[in-house]
Design a protein around this ligand. Sequence first.
Ligand code: FAD
Length: 461
Amino acid sequence: MKFNPLSDAQLKELASMVASDRFSTGASILDLHARDQSAHSACRPEAVIWPETASEVASILQYANRQRIPLTGWGSGSSLEGNPIPVCQGIVLDFSRMNRILGIHEEDFQADVQPGVVYQDLNEKLRHTGLFFPPDPGARATIGGMIANNASGTRTVLYGSTRDYVMRLVVALANGELLEMGTRASKSSSGYNLINLFVGSEGTLGIVVEATMRLVGFPAEYSAAVATFPSVQAAARTVYELKRSGLNPAALELLGPECVALMNREEKLGLAVEPTLFLEFHGASTGQLAEVLDTARDICAAQGCRDFRPGLGRAERDRLFKARHALGEMIQHNHPEHHILIMDVAVPITRYAELLDAMQAEVQMHGLIAYTLSHAGNGNVHLNIAGRKDDSREWALVQEVSERLVMKAIALGGTATGEHGVGLGKRKYMRAQHGASLVWMQRVKDLFDPNGILNPGKIFP
Ligand SMILES: Cc1cc2nc3c(=O)[nH]c(=O)nc-3n(C[C@H](O)[C@H](O)[C@H](O)COP(=O)(O)OP(=O)(O)OC[C@H]3O[C@@H](n4cnc5c(N)ncnc54)[C@H](O)[C@@H]3O)c2cc1C
């Protein structure tokens, strides 16, 4: 899609819509909104605006739509697939000043938030209520960005993804109309589920200006365990057995030995350098959790587990998962001369071991530097593959390997992206994954955004 550069008159008009300190065309500000956390190339917008109210967003959209100006939402820019990169330039709406928690409805287990609220800040605010918002992508992501990407994280195996927590949405449509959808009731059979169209749409159908998020009770007790295995396949089989057992782990993460070595080095964890599962369980009492850990130990042992280290309590859980959350960044820091391609495939749990086999075979065949880290409970694997920045052939090889593995995951009944979204990098798989339904997605897009101004260049191949 081709858009004209913004004229001076358009820039002036846009600047007049907000206070002067909330509009910028300054080079350093544009640079800050030109790239996310992925290896995708940067592209500067032409202006950045920090709205403070829903009606400001609506007015800016109305004008942008009339003038055919591309507009991209921006939460924290922590995406990993180029999702917020304004590849057609135009305006970026940065939601960091729309970051108010509008109300906590404790007895109804809900919070009303503006889109720029960072999920950790929401959880901090909820601490005294005994409630929390479970999806945990790890980075300092905003609720708006999480809704747009349908983000999830380590706890998704028990609690679900962001999609499962959106009860009510207010969205500014491309034409500036404010549309409210959903209900405060905990269930509803009324009408089409429009909310689900917007969740995961990466800001291509509308801009979230307010959301009501479901909350859940904080678990009374935590436990964690680390289990090591002779092979990645034995660990993968254990994932299936643990899921079947009804123990309901709150996190079930698989790490290749190369990840464990890195975490030992950086966080002094002192773990055996072997394929490893991190397990987390939530429960009502330490007694109950001790029993759960005993059963988990038996299941792991049956699959050849070499070492099972259980730990009760939140401190133990936090120590392990802090290192797990930091792993992505550790990999980047340890390879300053490399680009890191982060895969995000997910497959049905019965095909999980097969996918890991295919990954190992590719990595070994090509002698690549790669790290296997996986939200195993959801069959979601982030194979991180390194390619030297100054070696275009190696980077092309990394991309070829990733492409083959994504097609393999789709052939196994899976998806190109379990949680990072399509953004720029996964567009090429949309046809293979969705077939005829891609045509209906395009029709939905055309219906909500006929001029194609919302985050253009994303999702569709
Ligand atoms: C170290 C690290 C670890 C990560 N781990 C995980 C993980 O475990 N699981 C996971 O799911 N993700 C993970 N991520 C990715 C990232 O944190 C998520 O995709 C997150 O949802 C992005 O939120 P954000 O606020 O940064 O949004 P941004 O990156 O700013 O934007 C994301 C998308 O949302 C759109 N958008 C932003 N605000 C709005 C709005 N108000 N209305 C409509 N559209 C909007 C943008 O245009 C873009 O398409 C990780 C990232 C990092 C850096």
